[in-house]
Design a protein around this ligand. Structure first.
Ligand code: GN1
Ligand code: MG
Length: 363
């Protein structure tokens, strides 16, 4: 099928990749806050159907797409060269007809992955068993990344994992007040102001050498692990966009933020927002099991703090974007970024209340 980019941009993009067979359909796949994702189906010569995942990458967020795709290629080839003891598969890129990892035209910048058939993902965690499996997969993924020299990866978004930098961005958004929303967010801004010290906790340790920088996954949401639909086993860790040097426990913190949450990320009824201690316990166990030996004693001690800090930091990012007029994270309704920020802050407050029990669990 030959299509013009104007009629059907994703179909036109799909046809630029080295895929045999006839394109049957391309449908949008609502996922994530950054890129536009589509799934295509191709019929091969023998009649069998194959699916692919296409993404129009967000050029506003990732201004250096060469760097982004360099990292994705480097990470996937590194993972493929290793044996995964728990049988995790590696995401595989489909090259363009010219052999490149991606292409760009006036409509956008596109890449394609092989679609992993027979898998499921979860937006909400159904219980401790799944939390444990996801944490183990992310811990194992991170452990496998430790053999990849950080110098081989590029920083696609500067200071991405730095909480002090995120605070600066929030302060700047507050000062500019571009969307005239500061007046309605006094409570949220005060919540952050009361926790300014926490914001520097990790950077302080990185500066004085108590912590070292490590390559991380960087977006360890539960739905970034694909599970086998039949066996229930974790099969693949996806979304490699933020695999770059950071601090090890960022991944653990983000895992807790999303997977142990008692509500959805943008819940409007704040009574529901919080952190489930039983799920937290399963995440600690699974992550330590997967990560194995590489974590230092200092890193283990910092696990509860990391959970609080990453949750606060992502809350600050949502709040800053709300103040800036929703220019970074996609929104499907007005006020969604503010709701997301509020949920993160409610989770932080709940973690503060449960801090002693969280620390006891790490041991
Ligand atoms: C964004 O688009 P998605 O859901 O994969 C964001 C992450 C945030 C997350 C919050 C490049 O990820 O950093 O943690 O939203 N990705 C980028 O839900 O900013
Ligand atoms: Mg992501």
């Amino acid at each position: 099928m030959s299509v013009s980019p104007k009629e059907n941009p994703p179909a036109a993009a799909a046809s630029r990749f080295a895929i045999e067979g006839e394109l049957i359909e391309v449908v949008p796949h609502q996922r994530g806050h950054i890129h536009d994702t589509f799934i295509s189906t191709f019929r091969e010569a023998d009649g069998s159907l194959r699916r692919f995942l296409h993404q129009r990458m967000n050029r506003r967020v990732f201004t250096d797409l060469d760097a982004l795709m360099h990292n994705v290629e480097r990470v996937t080839s590194h993972l493929e060269s290793l044996h995964s003891e728990d049988g995790l598969e590696t995401l595989r890129l489909v090259r363009t007809r010219e052999g490149a990892a991606w292409f760009e035209d006036e409509d956008g910048a596109w890449r394609t992955y092989h679609f992993l058939e027979g898998t499921v993902s979860y937006d909400h965690c159904p219980g401790p068993e799944l939390a444990h499996a996801a944490a183990r997969a992310f811990g194992g993924f991170q452990a496998r990344l430790q053999g990849l020299p950080a110098g081989e990866l590029r920083m696609t978004i500067p200071h991405f994992f730095s909480s002090p930098y995120r605070l600066e961005q929030l302060d700047e958004a507050r000062r500019l007040d571009a969307a005239d929303r500061v007046k309605e967010t006094a409570a949220e801004l005060a919540f952050v102001d009361q926790r300014r010290e926490l914001v520097f906790a990790i950077e302080k340790r990185l500066d004085d050498g108590r912590l070292t920088s490590r390559v991380v996954h960087g977006d360890t949401k539960l739905n970034n692990v694909l599970f086998d639909a039949q066996s229930g086993q974790a099969r693949c860790v996806v979304d490699l966009d933020t695999c770059m040097p950071g601090w090890s426990l960022y991944d653990f913190g983000d895992l807790v933020r999303f997977t142990a949450a008692t509500s959805s990320e943008d819940e409007t009824d704040l009574c529901r927002a919080g952190m489930d201690l039983e799920l937290y316990a399963a995440l600690v166990e699974g992550y330590l099991e997967g990560a194995g030996e590489f974590l230092t004693a200092e890193e283990r001690t910092l696990m509860p703090l990391a959970a609080r800090l990453v949750t606060l930091t992502i809350g600050m990012r949502f709040l800053a974007d709300h103040l800036a007029g929703d220019v970074y994270f996609k929104v499907s309704r007005p006020g969604q970024n503010l709701d997301r920020a509020r949920v993160q802050f409610a989770q932080v407050a709940d973690m503060e209340a449960k801090d002693e029990r969280m620390r006891a669990l790490v041991g």
